[in-house]
Ligand binder design. Structure first.
Ligand SMILES: C[S@@+](CC[C@H](N)C(=O)[O-])C[C@H]1O[C@@H](n2cnc3c(N)ncnc32)[C@H](O)[C@@H]1O
Length: 233
């Protein structure tokens, strides 16, 4: 039997929003358990890689419950979070301003922010090229971006262990603590992600020519870091 196809377009956007609304209450807890707390270090690294001065205005796109916003605030930046899931925003415990919005159509002026972060949401957006273009529109020239996303290790042994963990253990933990169907979708949604080379090309084309990719914790997570080019592409 062939696997059920993943939703696309508006159907995908609706499914993603509904899914995150439904798991928002225990999202932070499941994250901590699922990653053995390593996600906090990945977020700190992303904020550090922005290399922006204190007081910089940073948009955290698809902010969820606001973990990256909190890290950016701790690092002395002025973060604003954007997410389309009302449930995730309500579950956020942060004094940082949060806005309910689609990150493909941000309520921000051109070149109005110094930097942007995005944590574990690239595979959830309906139009990744459109998202990178929106990033290029709102980040000022010489502004910085840091995008985190789940990844698969290159090493064969680690990769096999990771597949087992992601496809079986994650849905199990999700089922015990939250919602099994939702946490079974998360590993499947990795299929939406282009391979690393494709992501790098898309970001270069969008206006981030110096983009670099870092593999964190043996390749469990990937981090894209880049500077907005001076000339509009
Ligand atoms: C896996 S969660 C990540 C949350 C947070 N960034 C973190 O690091 O924990 C993905 C988030 O992306 C949001 N999202 C997905 N597509 C979006 C879109 N087009 N506009 C706004 N938010 C979106 C979801 O609502 C969800 O909160």
């Amino acid at each position: 039997m062939s696997p059920t196809p993943l939703p696309e377009g508006e159907e995908k956007a609706r499914a993603v929003r509904t899914l995150f609304d439904s798991i928002s209450g225990r999202y932070d807890l499941v994250n901590r358990v699922m990653t053995f707390g390593m996600d906090a270090g990945w977020r700190r690294r992303a904020v550090r890689e922005l290399r922006l001065p204190l007081g910089s205005l940073v948009a955290d796109l698809a902010c969820g419950t606001g973990d990256l916003c909190r890290e950016a605030a701790k690092a002395g930046m002025r973060p604003i979070g954007f997410d389309f899931s009302h449930g995730m925003l309500v579950a956020a415990r942060t004094p940082v301003p949060l806005v309910q919005a689609d990150i493909l159509r941000l309520p921000l002026r051109d070149a109005s922010i110094d930097g942007a972060t995005c944590g574990f949401a690239l595979r959830n957006v309906v139009d990744l090229g459109g998202f990178f273009a929106e990033l290029a529109r709102v980040v000022r020239p010489a502004g910085r971006i840091a995008l985190l996303e789940a990844s698969r290790p290159d090493n064969g042994v680690l990769r096999a262990g990771h597949t087992l963990y992601f496809n079986h253990v994650v849905p199990f933990i999700g089922g015990v603590l939250s919602n099994r169907t939702a946490y079974a979708y998360l590993p499947k949604s990795m299929a939406y992600l282009p391979p690393p080379g494709g992501m790098l090309s898309m970001l270069r084309l969008a206006g981030f020519p110096d983009v670099q990719r870092f593999q964190l914790t043996g390749g469990l997570t990937q981090l894209f870091v880049a500077t907005r080019a001076n000339a509009r592409s």
